[in-house]
Structure formats: structure tokens, C-alpha cells
Design a binder for this molecule. Structure first.
Ligand SMILES: Cc1ncc(COP(=O)(O)O)c(C=O)c1O
Length: 368
């Protein structure tokens, strides 16, 4: 089987993990946590960072740190992972979904202003699959309407928008370090900001809102701490980031060349004027003239031992939200079509040339 992803540990991972075992520092109190936070903040170009348990936890922290009030509206794409919408809904906030471009997979910035109401208090930017959202117009809208910005850069380590690192935009931003990401800590996440107040809040929320008066709590948070062992892995992985980003783009370019003659599929866009695709995943959509559905193509590729994953099921269609009586009238055609037509193929950094050729051969068998 060519797996859809497998991580690569080529650097100091074992050495740093051994240090955790040898010193006994395995909890979140260990020194690698601070070091990983400092390294990430410096890499991304932010003042502060808070390491936490996973990317979904990072969204919870980022959203809550902003101090929005129950019933406030947050504009976000429907075409994303449940973590983004779940965080808002469970905190009593109202997601307002905008549709996404069929070719970049990212939110349609031109649709944002029409979704703004007096209750709108924030916009959640989520970069999807490898190209960034067009950030500048969103920053202008946020300024005009006095809205907060959360930047979900979970998939974007090393990616840049107009030569500026993803994770450096808006009031507060976040990453995931799940093993399918550019760099991994097994499970892990991080919240970044330039604001002392938001940073203080994020660190309180990560740690159950303990106060100086221990075991006396003024507010509720979570135990979303990252362990020293996770952070040790993160420090070692971040040391390799340049090579990892290069490998990601290499994989994308190899697939672009290998698959370009399959005329029933759209290959991912290689470049926009504001960013170059980092191919977090190599995401493909089927053209209308393709006689097969994405589900059928994924099944047939599976029979040929090629791992695939479907695209996100849009947030406004989620049964869990329908059962809550939410988003009943939403219709966002591109987000719905992306789920029907899209899938991604093996894209992890451990992928070999032989494996990419195997994937390409299988794709040709199934789609030509
Ligand atoms: C855009 C986006 N946000 C958030 C997350 C959640 O991260 P985690 O799986 O670490 O909770 C993911 C996970 O892939 C993601 O793709």
C-alpha cells in the first residue's frame, strides 16, 4: 500500500526524545515546550506562542481568548474541518459560512462583506490544502468593520502569503502538528499572537485557568497542555523545515508532470500571484466529463493499493448541526461540489519517486 501519509524523522528527534527520558522531564513543565514555542514564534515572526495538545485545542483556545460574547457571529469557510465550526458552536458563537473557490479550495473573499451583520465580530481565515487564502483584502475588511481575525494555519507550516509566513496574520493564529502536517509532534498544536493580553489568556486557557491562588478558579479553561516529549519532537522537526518544504514542493511538481495528461481531472493550481502551492496534500478534483465519482475513483485506487482521502464534507451540511437546527437554509454550491468531486492522493514527505510513479500508474489505469 502507498500510504496517504507517513512522517519522516531524519534529524534530532531520537536525541531530544532521549533527553526527555534521561532527565525525567516528560510533562509540560519540561524545557522543550518553551524552546519549541520560542522557535516557532521566531520562525513564523510572532512575539508569543502557546504550545497545546492539538490543532483543535488551539482553535478552542484562540477563539475563547478573543473574549467574544454568546451569539456573536464569526465568518468562516464551510469547506474546512469540523474543529473550526465546532469550536464556535460549543462556545455559543454563530458560524456564518461563506463558499469557497472550486479551484483554490479557499474561501471566496468577495463574499465576506455581504455576510457581515451588526453581530459579526470576527473572521476565521482557514488556508486549505496548500494555497493560502488571499489575506490582504480580508485584513482590509476586518479593519473597516472592526472585526477580529483568527488565522487557522494548521496545514501551512512553512507556507508564505506575499513572502510573509502563514501563522503571522490577524490577532491570533494557530497550527496543528498531527503527523500528516509538514512538521509533527504526534499530536500537538500551537497558538500564536503578538498581543501580550491574548498570549496571557491563551496560556491560562491551556492550563485550566489556574490562578496564583492555586485551585481557586475565576474562569474555565481546559487541560490542553503539550508534553515535553511532543515538544522535543517539534523542536527537532522544525530544524528540518526548509528541507521539508522543499520536499513538499518537489512532490507536487513531480505529480504535476506525471498526471498532466489525464484530462478528466483538475490538478492543483501551482501558483497564484500571492503564493506558491506548498501541496500540504496533493488535491485533485474530477471534471464534469469524468464518468466516475470521486468515491468510485478512491475505491478503485484502493484496490490498486493506493491510499486516498476524501475532501471535507462542508460544515453547513453536517448532520450534527442540522440536528441542532443550524444552517438549515444554507446552500454553498462549490463547497458541496468539492466534496462530491475531490480527493487527495499520497502526499507525505516520506514518499519516494518509485511510490509516486506507482500512484501515477494507478491513476492512469483508473482514469484513462
Ligand atoms: C484546517 C485545519 N484546522 C484544524 C485542524 C485540527 O488539527 P488537529 O487534528 O491537530 O486537531 C486541522 C487538521 O487537519 C485542519 O486541517
Amino acid at each position: 500500500m502507498v500510504p496517504v501519509n507517513s512522517p519522516l524523522f531524519n534529524g534530532n528527534e531520537k536525541k531530544y526524545l532521549n533527553e526527555c527520558i534521561d532527565t525525567g522531564w516528560v510533562s509540560s513543565e519540561g524545557p522543550f515546550v518553551k524552546r519549541f514555542e520560542n522557535d516557532m514564534a521566531q520562525y513564523v515572526g510572532r512575539r508569543f506562542a502557546t504550545a497545546c495538545a492539538n490543532g483543535s485545542a488551539a482553535i478552542d483556545i484562540a477563539v475563547k481568548a478573543l473574549g467574544l460574547k454568546k451569539g456573536d457571529e464569526v465568518i468562516m469557510p464551510s469547506f474546512t474541518i469540523i474543529s473550526c465550526a465546532q469550536s464556535l458552536v460549543t462556545q455559543g458563537l454563530i458560524p456564518v459560512f461563506v463558499d469557497s473557490h472550486f479551484d483554490t479550495f479557499n474561501m471566496i473573499v468577495d463574499d465576506i462583506e455581504a455576510s457581515i451583520t451588526p453581530k459579526t465580530k470576527a473572521i476565521m481565515i482557514v488556508h486549505i490544502f496548500g494555497l493560502t487564502v488571499d489575506v490582504d483584502p480580508i485584513l482590509r475588511i476586518a479593519k473597516k468593520f472592526n472585526l477580529k481575525i483568527i488565522e487557522d494555519a494548521a496545514e501551512m507550516h512553512g507556507q508564505e502569503y506575499k513572502q510573509k509566513k502563514c501563522g503571522s496574520f490577524g490577532d491570533i493564529s494557530l497550527f496543528s502538528f498531527y503527523p500528516n502536517k509538514q512538521i509533527t509532534t504526534g499530536e500537538g498544536g500551537m497558538v500564536l499572537t503578538d498581543s501580550v493580553e491574548l498570549d496571557t489568556k491563551a496560556k491560562e486557557l491551556r492550563n485550566l485557568c489556574f490562578t496564583a491562588n492555586r485551585f481557586v478558579h475565576e474562569e474555565l479553561g481546559w487541560n490542553y497542555r503539550m508534553t515535553n516529549m511532543q515538544a522535543a519532537l517539534g523542536v527537532a522537526q522544525l530544524e528540518e523545515i526548509e528541507a521539508i518544504v522543499e520536499k513538499k514542493r518537489y512532490i507536487g511538481n513531480v505529480y504535476n508532470a506525471l498526471l498532466k495528461d489525464i484530462d478528466v481531472i483538475n490538478l492543483p493550481i501551482a501558483k497564484k500571484d500571492y503564493c506558491e502551492n506548498i501541496y500540504w496534500v496533493y488535491a485533485i478534483t474530477l471534471k464534469n466529463r469524468c464518468s466516475k465519482t470521486a468515491k468510485e475513483v478512491m475505491e478503485e485506487l484502493g484496490e490498486l493499493k493506493i491510499g486516498t482521502r476524501p475532501f471535507f464534507y462542508p460544515m453547513h451540511k453536517q448532520p450534527v448541526f442540522k440536528k441542532m437546527g443550524l444552517f438549515l437554509d444554507d446552500y454553498l454550491p462549490n463547497s458541496e461540489l468539492l466534496y462530491e468531486k475531490g480527493f487527495y492522493i499520497p502526499s507525505g514527505i516520506a514518499l519516494t519517486m518509485a511510490q509516486m510513479e506507482e500512484v501515477s500508474d494507478a491513476m492512469h489505469k483508473v482514469l484513462i
